[in-house]
Design a protein around this ligand. Structure first.
Ligand SMILES: Nc1ncnc2c1ncn2[C@@H]1O[C@H](COP(=O)(O)OP(=O)(O)OP(=O)(O)O)[C@@H](O)[C@H]1O
Ligand SMILES: [Mg+2]
Length: 186
């Protein structure tokens, strides 16, 4: 795999100026071996990567090369066979399952290839769910969710349900449990 670095988008610049030069994400010696089938498959073998605040990184590679495997590890959705991931200085190795869930809820944003939206809820309700899970009152959570929808150009669709949107719009739609309103890393 290779990575390509690009200039930040305008709305990322504020975050970058605030935290310029800070390491936001780093992994060392990251290794993932799948042992579920008849033979071990080593997908990642000793990968190290550092991403600074505000930096955009594209992970590029052929099908089956390990992009999803890597993103699952960097997003705290899977555990490495060896090595370590640190996000905003916190080692994910130190977090148990419940603490890791809370850390994802607060610090990591996910935009999935396949959207994970609850069909019965509107855009703003879907986006507010992580905050309600965090203990915020519904009204306060929905006000923050609306700001988030504005950021991804979806405010005008706030009261629409998933079935009323295009595929691309559904992907941009912050979804429950998948998106922190103030992610350190997305
Ligand atoms: N749970 C699993 N058990 C065994 N092998 C797996 C498992 N998940 C993925 N693999 C294998 O690991 C390799 C990397 O898979 P991964 O999904 O990370 O690839 P990818 O780069 O995201 O591919 P694509 O571009 O097709 O999405 C593949 O060879 C895949 O078959
Ligand atoms: Mg993939």
């Amino acid at each position: 795999m290779s990575d390509a670095r690009h200039a930040p988008s305008p709305h990322q610049e504020t975050a970058m100026q605030r935290t310029a030069g800070q390491i936001m994400l780093e992994c060392h010696d990251l290794t993932r071996v799948y042992r579920e089938g008849p033979q071990d498959i080593t997908v990642l073998d000793g990968l190290s990567l550092t991403v600074n605040a505000g930096e955009r990184v594209a992970i590029v590679g052929s099908s089956g090369s390990g992009k999803t495997t890597l993103l699952n590890l960097l997003g705290g959705l899977d555990r490495p066979s060896r090595g370590e991931v640190r996000i905003a200085g916190e080692s994910l190795l130190n977090l148990g399952e419940a603490a890791l869930g809370r850390f994802r809820n607060r610090h990591i944003g996910f935009v999935y290839q396949f959207h994970h939206l609850l069909a019965e809820f509107t855009a703003v309700e879907n986006a507010a769910l992580p905050l309600i899970v965090r203990g915020q009152r519904k009204k306060v959570a929905e006000a923050s969710a609306l700001k988030l929808l504005e950021k991804v150009g979806m405010a005008s669709r706030a009261d629409h349900k998933p079935g009323e949107l295009s595929g691309g719009e559904r992907q941009r739609w912050p979804s429950p449990g998948r998106w922190s309103p103030t992610p350190a890393w997305c």
